[in-house]
Design a protein around this ligand. Sequence first.
Ligand SMILES: [Zn+2]
Length: 187
Amino acid sequence: MVFSKICATCDGAGRRTSGRCPVCGGQGRLVRSEALPISVPPGVVDGSRLRLAGSGHAGAHGGRPGDLYVTVHVQPHHVFRRHGDDLLCELPVGVHEAVLGARIDVPTLEGVAKLRIPPGTQSGHRLRLAEQGLPTATGGRGDLLFDVLLVLPDQLDERSKELMREFGQRNGGDVRRWANEAAKRTT
Ligand SMILES: [Zn+2]
């Protein structure tokens, strides 16, 4: 922070018994650059203005110092997106986990938590860890939300392909039921 401070040599008076204060040239104030610790309240919103009473420019001739206003800009996070008091996160899930269900480790603000993937979870499903989001104005917490993103293996060995073919024969019938029904209506 760059701001003016009271001149310590003359205590802001601008004069000494010998005449004008030589350090501040009679201004009673000096320009100083200083690092200030700021406490940022939890859950602060982008664009918020914090007021630090008495940390602004020094008053003229030893007067009361003004206040310092700091505008907060919240940087985007590489994992979590903010949605009000909730946090959103894209969660890659393997096909076998989505079909059979699983308990997996997920990132939270505090570290790692277990999240249950219910059997039959579809791509785009939103799973929730209650009260693991941001602090709310009323003293509670928002939720931590995970949007399921199904991830397919990019390479399959022969045995896996065999299993997938068999899986398709057993289960491939109604993936596009809506499309098949639409096709029947038009023919
Ligand atoms: Zn001075």
